[in-house]
Ligand binder design. Sequence first.
Ligand code: MN
Length: 149
Amino acid sequence: MALDAYQGKRNFMKTSEPEGEVGKIEKKKGGIYVIQKHQATHLHYDFRLEKDGVLKSWAIPKEPPVEKGVKRLAVMVEDHPLEYADFEGTIPEGEYGAGLVQIWDKGTYETEKWDENGISVFINGGRLNGRYCLVKFKREQNSWLFFKC
Ligand code: MN
């Protein structure tokens, strides 16, 4: 199941993150967009897009670009439940991802293109707006480049 990796990493008796389940799968071109600032061992930004009943997720080690010309590494991580888009709080010490999670930007997006090598979307957020691209590195499994395009 799509959330096994997510649920397997967490102890829901200890963290206030949602356990979640896969949401209704609809053939829709877009949905929820959110970026959470996550002050874990290393500060990063978790970029998430709703697709197929879950949030497809990437960790971006530096602040996401609001202007063209800045490219950021985005490391694909496990799918998260849709409810995670509303999550803010502190994951306790000793738990997976321990540290403060805050919503940094939120809104909606529409898909222009989405396949295994590349994604382009139109983001309608507070900080990020316009067309964004994710391009997969050919030789690395989970590494993508994220930029305004
Ligand atoms: Mn994170």
